[in-house]
Design a protein around this ligand. Sequence first.
Ligand SMILES: Nc1nc2c(c(=O)[nH]1)N[C@H]1C(S)=C(S)[C@@H](COP(=O)(O)OP(=O)(O)OC[C@H]3O[C@@H](n4cnc5c(=O)[nH]c(N)nc54)[C@H](O)[C@@H]3O)O[C@H]1N2
Ligand SMILES: Nc1nc2c(c(=O)[nH]1)N[C@H]1C(S)=C(S)[C@@H](COP(=O)(O)OP(=O)(O)OC[C@H]3O[C@@H](n4cnc5c(=O)[nH]c(N)nc54)[C@H](O)[C@@H]3O)O[C@H]1N2
Ligand SMILES: [Mo]
Length: 760
Amino acid sequence: MSRLRSPSLAHWGAFTAVTENGRLVACEPFGPDPEPSAMLASIPEMVHSPLRIRRPAVRKGWLDGNRERENDEYIEVSWERALALVADELARVRAAHGPAGIFGGSYGWSSAGRVHHARSLIRRFLFQGGGCVDQIGNYSWGAAQFLLPHVIGGTSPVSGDVTDWDSVLGNTRLIVAFGGIPVKNSQVTSGGAGLHNLSGWLQEAQARGIRLVAITPTRADIPEGSNADWIAIRPNTDTALMLAMAHTLIAEGRHDAAFVATHCTGFERWAAYLRGETDGQAKNAAWAAAITGVPADTIRALARDLATQRSLLTAAWSLQRAQYGEQPYWAMIALAALVGQIGLPGGGFAFGHASLNGVGQPRRLVPGPEVPVPRNPAQLAIPVARITDMLLAPGAEYEFNGEHHAYPDIKLIYWAGGNPFHHHQDQNRLRSAWRTPETVIVHESWWTPLARRADIVLPVTTPLERADVGGSSRDPYVFAMHPAIAPQGEARNDFDIFAELARRAGFYEAYTAGRDIDGWCRHVYEGMRGGCAERGVTLPPFDEFWARGYAEVPPPERPYVLYENFRQDPAAHRLRTPSGRIELYSEVVAGFGYDDCPGHPAWLAPTEWLGAPAARDWPLHLLTNQPRTRLHSQLDPASLSRAGKVAGHEPVALNPDDAAERGIRAGDVVRLYNARGACLAGAVLDPGLLRGVVIMATGAWSDPDGDLDRHGNPNTLTADVGTSRLTQGPSAQTALVQAERYAGPAVGHRAWEAPVLRPA
Ligand SMILES: Nc1nc2c(c(=O)[nH]1)N[C@H]1C(S)=C(S)[C@@H](COP(=O)(O)OP(=O)(O)OC[C@H]3O[C@@H](n4cnc5c(=O)[nH]c(N)nc54)[C@H](O)[C@@H]3O)O[C@H]1N2
Ligand SMILES: Nc1nc2c(c(=O)[nH]1)N[C@H]1C(S)=C(S)[C@@H](COP(=O)(O)OP(=O)(O)OC[C@H]3O[C@@H](n4cnc5c(=O)[nH]c(N)nc54)[C@H](O)[C@@H]3O)O[C@H]1N2
Ligand SMILES: [Mo]
């Protein structure tokens, strides 16, 4: 028997791949990792799953010109035939419609390995081949991405370095976390995690007597074993709470007027709104109590606590993944400005302390490994989450960040490395929109809900079947990924598929840049190594790195404090806002004239929340959080994710009183529904959940029957509306639903089945 071991990496952690006779049998966690993710165990099962796509396949109906892309049979074809079809379709659509006819944004997480990062590769291929319609922004923090530059001149408190845990542990007395600190989310980071140390930092914080206040609708967002205070809040109402804390500070003369005078602009205009001078409503604690469900005394006390000791405000990314999601982020920055600790050790604000692994990880600012994606010569892109709007209404006009645009008319969709049939809101609306293009091409390793809606499906290798280099800018390591097993079935690498298509279209040299995969692994590593050298950090040469399996970037010499320079000298370290300061009121945003995103942080009642008229018909607020047992829809068919299902469906958590009112018991099959659709779920009763709120994780592979999803993808129920005209992000957390005990005949689901496959 041959037993081999080789280094590898996934978004949820680094590991040693153990193979026996050419099969992956185990993934042993990376030695230095203090808290490896249980998801590593799902990899061998997935790599050898019967759901692997073995051969290129063409949808039967597509050959007859039908666009009903569901439940169809597939005809397995040779690579030669599949590549010819793809090359011809691309050429045909390009000639007839130009780049505006091809949608290649291909949003999705792809793999942790950066050479084979499918979304980068497909965009590199389509951009070099003449361009396409791209997607800009992301589902993760899409509202923040386009709001924060107006407010603080960049996105670093979300995407870059935040005040690190060393600074927090040494200085902070109070951490106020909107959305809590759900440690399960810190299992993953895009590009892969070497160290999982959030639990360690939280334990250390508790040991040092640092108080943690978690403001969230569910106790499940409080770390296990923590003595955190829980403030239960109605979903989508955090802005009202923050405004009331700001109002309290101003009314009691506790705000830092000096910091506001030297580092902020627009205070007077915002304060006038808070005092009610612009709309007759003071945003005081009593007002906020009625909206949020948090007692007025609690709000006032928390405001005082923020101002009287070293405090850190943090918010989960989920808060801005909601209608008017700009407001809680802007309000929290403005509140932190009034508290006046921005730029002090352990003080101020940041976002996403448990939204991804590595947020607050002490580390040096060095580049990660990356494959370059050139400019899109077509200069066409839609805001990422407006895909269904685009497909349903070509030519329709929309607004975005002060600009006017019109949607292109898409004839061909090409996707590699994402799954819109998990990630997009209002799945039934997307399903109808999916009938509009002439052709859909997908690269996948498994028969996912997206692959089963493609016309041409090309089977690709998993990271275990190819050489790569991976790493995240949030992690101190860069990892070598050795091929552990042979490509399964006829799978090919995305890189090789695009290289071959580029050859047929006449730009092979440009696409490959003259490098094979080994050459690219060296190139991206050397790129990172060079960037490190410029910053005084020495990484070993490639061959040494490759043989060892990883290289480490040493920790910084002193703790990092976000906005330290700006605090010390705001004139010399101007923010990249028009005023160079923190904008509590933005002339630019106000100038856009958007009623859904005014010139300062404001309470705007969402269309769907527990205080809305719609709550009479749909009395439960559905939150769709990140799954504990998988990465989005990745790994859903593996044992770990399956073990979490209830009665064969994705679990939904309900407050026991909400359940009792509906005759729902633990373990029952529940039908969740609203005007957009319905899905089945398995009931879990949770007394730690605010009444009126139900929570279901994203990522179950869907199995639709009419407008009912028989498995439990909550995006059957979510609303497909932009966060605002300013940012057009996804509003996944804004959805009202009703729940009932499912009384129909027992239904299983067929989400984890491959389609019927026929030989050519
Ligand atoms: N309701 C609701 N919806 C949400 C969210 C929410 O909070 N609520 N969250 C949103 C967020 S933040 C995100 S980031 C998105 C995530 O959405 P996605 O990133 O689209 O979700 P994944 O399931 O990770 O899909 C990645 C797909 O890429 C495939 N893949 C992996 N590696 C490779 C490769 O090397 N080559 C190819 N060709 N394919 C590969 C995987 O098999 C998988 O099918 O979901 C969003 N959707
Ligand atoms: N295990 C695992 N981890 C993941 C992922 C995964 O798929 N699996 N996905 C990763 C990705 S792509 C991303 S973008 C991040 C996302 O990170 P987040 O957006 O932070 O994650 P969520 O789980 O959506 O939300 C965190 C918590 O916010 C709370 N919450 C929701 N709405 C509100 C609200 O209106 N007010 C308040 N106060 N709280 C609210 C919910 O209770 C929820 O549990 O997670 C990453 N981490
Ligand atoms: Mo995300």
